[in-house]
Ligand binder design. Structure first.
Ligand SMILES: Cc1cc2nc3c(=O)[nH]c(=O)nc-3n(C[C@H](O)[C@H](O)[C@H](O)COP(=O)(O)OP(=O)(O)OC[C@H]3O[C@@H](n4cnc5c(N)ncnc54)[C@H](O)[C@@H]3O)c2cc1C
Length: 369
């Protein structure tokens, strides 16, 4: 059987695996990336592409550090992908309006304090100011806040750009491989035996989203990541009624410049069942129309669902896998894997190369479970 010897084998080609592959290829390593289907078809495709802001200087929690670090990378990374591949990933700073009803005063205070402490720019809006951003906003909301640095990306386009950039940098992408036998010796994983070839590598990196746990279990390691379903409905209007993201708690509206509006999202602990339900869609449509009543005229274009990879503490797990000397993991990004992907990949690439990471990995390492 043919033998190929990459420096690193990456298992899982979502946004985390593809971005990590690119970062490692940038460092001069030879990379093979394996997916059991086409790359970029799971959570990374299904997501809404919201990129909340951060401020690395004042970030004190593991979540804030990774979000802020990623925030500092997004604009430059998008430009680099455009120059390298000619694919525009649709990154744009669109701002976000967050709305709070009258029972959510405490939440508003806590959130405002967190933004202030971190140095994230936000403005409390008067009702007159709010309707300048969202003319048809339901006036029942007590308070509205504007975040000018909130951005978004067209994630399916971003995945295409990542894939193209990886191929240009010599990353070997091996797709539609469901049968893989990982061969171990002592505390190392040495080979992946595929039906028609053998990959022999120095390092294995598992970035398989919600499926990471089962791959790692097959290596005798327990790192908990479970799927949490999110449904999205896509609407369309001839003219967008607002240009910024609108968030109410964990639900949101994301306008795309071509008139599409994403309504998201549900959060359901239903295992690996990826489907849309009548209840989920009804809930999202009710939310959308109650927030911006003009949306009752919108065309329903389609709906989809995806499986967010969730750790028990809702934080990603990054770095060395305990007990295996050449295995690394990047998984469990839950609701923030798109936003956190540039920072995650930079950190993983540094850890794999034995370099110091730009931000501390405290609170994110795999041995915390
Ligand atoms: C509805 C919804 C809305 C979201 N909105 C946002 C948002 O606005 N902003 C944000 O930052 N995040 C958002 N997210 C979260 C984000 O999408 C995820 O955190 C992120 O995509 C996870 O990326 P991943 O690469 O880890 O996993 P995935 O994208 O799921 O990729 C995992 C890959 O591993 C492959 N794989 C599985 N098993 C194997 C195997 N045995 N061998 C090889 N490959 C395998 C899969 O085929 C897949 O390609 C949203 C998610 C959903 C579902």
């Amino acid at each position: 059987m043919p033998l190929h010897q990459p420096d690193v084998l990456i298992m899982g080609g979502g946004v985390i695996g593809l971005t990590t592959a690119l970062c490692l290829a940038d460092k001069g390593l030879s990379i093979s990336l394996l997916d059991r289907q086409s790359t970029g078809q799971e959570a990374s495709w299904a997501g809404a592409g919201m990129l909340p802001p951060g401020n690395l200087q004042n970030a004190t929690t593991p979540e804030a550090r990774l979000r802020s670090y990623s925030h500092s990378l997004w604009a430059g990374f998008s430009q680099r992908l455009l120059e390298q591949t000619g694919i525009d990933n649709g990154y744009r700073v669109c701002g976000a309006v967050n709305v709070f009803n009258k029972d959510e005063g405490n939440l508003l205070m806590a959130q405002s304090q967190a933004w202030t402490d971190e140095g994230v720019r936000f403005h409390l809006l008067t009702s007159n100011e709010a309707i300048q951003y969202v003319p048809d906003l339901n006036p029942a909301f007590e308070s509205t806040v504007y975040l000018p640095d909130f951005a978004q990306v067209r994630n399916p386009r971003h995945l295409q750009a990542l894939r193209a950039a990886c191929l240009q940098k010599g990353v070997e992408i091996i797709e539609h491989v469901s049968e893989v036998n990982l061969v171990a010796a002592d505390n190392r994983i040495l080979q992946a035996r595929l039906p028609n070839r053998i990959l022999s590598f120095a390092t294995l990196c598992v970035t398989a989203g919600s499926w990471s746990t089962s791959i790692l279990q097959s290596l005798g390691v327990e790192i908990p990541v479970r799927p949490i379903r999110g449904q999205i409905v896509q609407l369309q209007l001839n003219k967008l009624p607002f240009n910024c993201v609108i968030e109410h708690g964990r639900q949101y509206l994301v306008p795309r410049q071509d008139g599409l509006i994403l309504v998201g999202s549900t959060q359901e602990d239903v295992g690996f069942e990826k489907k849309n339900t009548a209840e989920g869609i009804a809930q999202l449509l009710e939310f959308a129309v109650s927030l911006v009543p003009t949306l009752r005229h919108a065309e329903v274009v389609r709906c989809w669902s995806g499986l967010r990879p969730a750790s028990p503490d809702e934080l990603p797990t990054l770095g060395a896998v305990p007990g295996l000397s050449n295995v690394f993991v990047g998984a469990g990004h839950f609701r923030s894997g798109l936003q956190m992907s540039p920072g995650t990949a930079a950190i993983l690439a540094d850890v794999i190369c034995g370099s110091e990471t730009v931000v501390s990995m405290e609170g994110l390492a795999a041995d915390r479970f």
